[in-house]
Design a protein around this ligand. Structure first.
Ligand SMILES: [Zn+2]
Length: 597
């Protein structure tokens, strides 16, 4: 619905009385405030031109159930009718079981709804309460700014939400979460002080039916705990202990694979079994706090402040004798000093781990699991992660990373620039296309999720530039890094979409591809850390399988290229400039220094 005229007469009816009013339109769709107020005051009035509304519903935890979404929609539909909005089933958006404290992982809101709002597909967003949009103040404002830019009004059944109301409610919503978290915590503390355990019982214990919070020792698991402490104190390594458990088919605490980290994991603040003082009859609460990283939405664990700690003696839950506990911890301390020096472990800085060119591309030839860096000596050695950390795979050989990398680049260069090879591969692979499509879908969803996250991060950074005195250059560098990743992902999503359409291989496409590969191989040999090259490589190579070979024998690698990559893929997709990124976020007014080359 696009109205060109600036003023359009519309007729509204109010019972027996007829009124002729002028309804002002701005930008083809904005309704004049006076008319809207009138409409609010007389809900039965029908405007000649209805506002189009989108509905948004969300429920966050197990307290509210799946039906909550349907109920929210039903209530919103009633409200929409009363407010005289026009609804369209295509514009019902929801996020199931997503928390309101973060915008991450809420595709219904951040992708679909905002995406449709950007295309001017509706005029109003109707939500039950403003807290459905977000409980985080900064996010509420971020959203409000977007909606304002798209000329979309926010309504609740009570009427339009004003900027002031949004600010106030945003504060209230954030405050509610803080208070709720406080209440939950003090409730749990109360339970702990009574010597009870709220929620899931730790390994070695069972709950008591009909007596919430109470625990009894699970003798079977307690035996495993005793054995673990005894073996550890006697000098066995965590890996050896875990191997013993696996060999005997003893189920792990989580029900998944045994992992030696589950025994000693994370030093003092760790959650490894060896740190659990419940085994010596001490109930300790608030050892850690969960905090959410505002940039990524991910939870991280931190050691709590000392005065938060609650320690309650629960002698009836003791599994390990004091002597054994102390012996095991003496071993642990000695090993810690041996590995990290007298100062003990230094906490890792809050930075992502360093990744390498083939990060995420190497797979184990035995179990098809991920290969990871096992040791950083001599430029790094990679090995099967299941074999190294969980002992669920017998592929224990490790490989020199540099050799594997060179081998992969060489192989890519040799094979992917050879037209005969390409033709043969295309033919052989054609039959597997149906299968590939199925898997591609899963991967595409995953890639799309990542892309959403990136878009949001970029948007946040842009809005940070607008609202901060911090040096713009650093933020811009951040944006640039994310932009590189974003275009790579976008290209991947496009490719995954095109995967099934591969039929004929055009000679021109093939030679163009060969040239791109030449360029890429050349660039990689010069600097394998170039982020653009890395993305290009991950767009071509699906995975590299590392087959187990006997000691001292040459490596055996098979490389799987992406089918569609052969068909004229854009290896170096065009990145948006800073100005374009900023303009796309609707903030073109800030000026940016020239892009450094
Ligand atoms: Zn493996």
């Amino acid at each position: 619905m696009i109205l060109e005229a600036s003023i359009i007469p519309a007729i509204v009816s109010s019972g027996s009385r007829w009124q002729k009013r002028l309804v002002g339109w701005k930008l083809g769709k904005k309704l004049h405030t006076a008319t809207r107020d009138h409409q609010m005051a007389h809900p039965k009035l029908k405007l000649a031109t209805q506002l189009r509304a989108a509905l948004y519903a969300r429920f966050s935890n197990d307290v509210q159930n799946e039906r909550s979404i349907d109920r929210q929609f039903a209530d919103l539909e009633k409200a929409a009718q009363r407010l005289g909005f026009k609804l369209d089933k295509r514009h019902y958006y929801c996020d199931r079981a997503q928390s309101g404290t973060s915008l991450f992982e809420r595709p219904g809101l951040t992708r679909e709804l905002l995406g449709a709002a950007a295309k001017n597909e509706f005029d109003v967003v109707l939500v039950e309460q403003t807290d459905r949009l977000s409980r985080e103040q900064a996010d509420t404002h971020w959203l409000a700014a977007r909606f304002k830019f798209y000329n979309t009004k926010i309504f609740t059944p009570a009427g339009e939400v004003s900027a002031l109301q949004l600010t106030f409610e945003g504060y209230q919503n954030a405050d509610f979460i803080t208070k709720l978290a406080g209440r939950v915590k003090s409730g749990h503390n109360e339970i702990a002080r009574a010597g009870k355990i709220a929620g899931k019982k730790p390994y070695g214990y069972d709950g008591v039916l009909g007596k919430p919070g109470e625990c009894v020792i699970n003798e079977k698991q307690a035996a495993v705990v005793r054995r673990m402490f005894t073996e550890y104190a006697s000098g066995k390594s965590p890996r050896q202990i875990v191997q013993g458990f696996i060999d005997e088919g003893i189920p792990s605490p989580s029900g998944a694979h045994w992992n030696y980290q589950g025994i000693v994991g994370g030093s003092e603040t760790g959650r490894g079994l060896i740190h659990n003082r419940l085994y010596i009859g001490e109930l300790v609460r608030n050892r850690f706090t969960n905090v959410k990283n505002p940039d990524t939405g991910r939870r991280i664990v931190r050691k709590s402040a000392q005065d938060d700690l609650i320690v309650v003696p629960v002698p009836h839950l003791r599994i390990i004798g004091q002597e054994l506990w102390e012996a095991a911890h003496a071993v642990r301390l000695a090993r810690q000093v041996q590995m990290a020096g007298p100062g003990g472990y230094k906490p890792r800085p809050v930075l992502p781990r360093k990744s390498y060119l083939l990060s995420g591309l190497l797979r184990c030839g035995t179990c098809n699991g991920q290969m990871t860096i096992i040791s950083s000596a001599l430029g790094g050695r990679v090995g099967c992660s299941s074999a190294a950390y969980r002992r669920t795979c017998n592929h224990t050989k490790t490989y020199h990373l540099g050799t594997v990398t060179n081998e992969v680049i060489g192989k890519m260069h040799e094979q992917l620039t050879n037209p005969e090879f390409l033709k043969a591969r295309m033919k052989a692979k054609a039959a597997e296309l149906a299968k590939a499509e199925k898997e591609g879908n899963v991967e595409r969803v995953e890639a799309q999720r990542k892309l959403d996250r990136l878009n949001l991060q970029i948007a946040r950074l842009v809005s940070a530039i607008e609202n901060t005195d911090a040096p713009v250059k650093e933020l811009m560098d951040s944006i640039k890094a994310k932009e590189i990743e974003r275009v790579g992902l976008q290209e991947r999503i496009r490719l995954l979409g095109a995967e099934t359409n591969v039929t004929v291989l055009q000679p021109t496409a093939m030679s163009a591809f060969g040239k791109s590969i030449e360029t890429l191989a050349g660039l990689l040999r010069r600097n394998e850390n170039d982020p653009a090259c890395r993305l290009a490589l991950s767009n071509i190579i699906d995975c590299v399988i590392v087959h187990p070979t006997p000691k001292k024998r040459p490596y055996e690698l098979s490389m799987y290229a992406r089918l569609s990559a052969i068909r004229g893929i854009e290896l170096f997709p065009e990145r948006r400039s800073h100005q374009q990124i900023v303009a796309a976020e609707g903030l073109s007014r800030i000026t940016v220094e020239a892009e450094p080359r």
